[in-house]
Design a binder for this molecule. Structure first.
Ligand code: 13P
Length: 287
């Protein structure tokens, strides 16, 4: 059964660790992430961007696939199925489709409009027992064509959104989706600290988890981050393993072209990446 992310994040916050959100794109990714979470006895959040949802033929397909897979693989650790960077319409579609957790990214609206739309979604999610993530201050880089400049959020705006009763808050602290540029200034811990001071116990979310140095990840967790999103790193490890398999000519040997064999090294590589991240985030054994 899919669960809201509320309990797992409250526990993570109290225990000073973070739950990983790993984005899914297809059946293989979903299976690799679920099996790793179960093996490591870790809670997990499966993230679905609107683009990935479309690719998988719609949110209903995704919800049905994940729900059935949790059951058929005998997964007993807590699993939340979460819309990543949802639009207002996308949020409503995922609530309808059976997602257990929603991110409404209203960071590109003026703060008043972000507050109004988030408030409406808080009421719907509360009624249905779903967790809701809001965003203040856009996360840099490009994700599914949505481009953000990587600003630092205003702590007072963060408080205004946190006070609406959201479950978790993504606040820009200089983080960027995708690979970090050579001249990246690093995370602004000053901003993170100021946001947490204003928002009390609110679990904070760190997007752009790929490529952030380990010491920064640990410091961010110590300052209140309870959820960390990883997408690009799984894509990179999947692509590298697949390329190696093809370059070695394994697809031309025996029945190596069988899609189940062709995708297997990439699926194994995702397992290794997820394991490494769960160990770094401290969520192993916390299910
Ligand atoms: P990366 O792709 O940089 O790992 O970021 C993922 C993310 O934040 C999804 O919302």
């Amino acid at each position: 059964m899919l669960v809201s992310a509320e309990d797992m994040l409250k526990k993570a916050k109290a225990g000073k660790y973070a739950v990983g959100q790993f984005n899914i794109n297809n059946l293989e990714w979903t299976k690799s992430i679920l099996l790793t979470a179960q093996e490591l006895n870790s809670p997990v959040i499966l993230g679905v961007s609107e683009g990935a949802g479309k690719y998988m033929t719609g949110f209903k397909t995704v919800a049905a696939m994940v729900d059935a897979m949790v059951d058929s693989l005998g997964i007993t650790v807590p699993v939340a199925l979460h819309l990543d960077h949802g639009s207002y319409e996308g949020a409503k579609a995922c609530i309808e489709a059976g997602f257990s957790s929603i991110m409404f990214d209203g960071s590109h609206y003026p703060i008043e409009e972000n507050v109004a739309k988030t408030k409406e979604l808080v009421a719907i999610c509360k009624e249905k027992g779903l967790s809701l993530e809001a965003e203040v201050g856009s996360i840099g880089g490009e994700e599914d064509g949505v481009i953000g400049a990587g600003e630092c959020a205003d702590p007072d705006e963060c408080k205004a959104v946190a006070d609406l009763g959201v479950t978790m808050l993504a606040a820009g602290i200089g983080n960027i989706h995708g690979k970090y540029p050579e001249n990246w200034a690093g995370l602004s811990f000053e901003t993170l600290d100021a946001i947490q001071q204003k928002t009390g116990d609110m679990p904070l979310v760190l997007h752009g988890g790929t490529g952030i140095p380990e010491d920064m990840i640990k410091k961010a967790i110590s300052l209140g981050v309870a959820k960390i999103n990883v997408n690009t790193e799984c894509q990179l490890s999947f692509a590298a393993a697949t390329r190696k398999y093809i370059e070695e000519g394994k697809d031309l040997e025996g029945k190596g072209f069988d899609p189940r064999k062709l995708l297997a090294p990439g699926a194994e590589a995702i397992k290794a990446t997820v394991k490494e991240k769960m160990e770094l985030f401290g969520s192993v054994g916390k299910a």
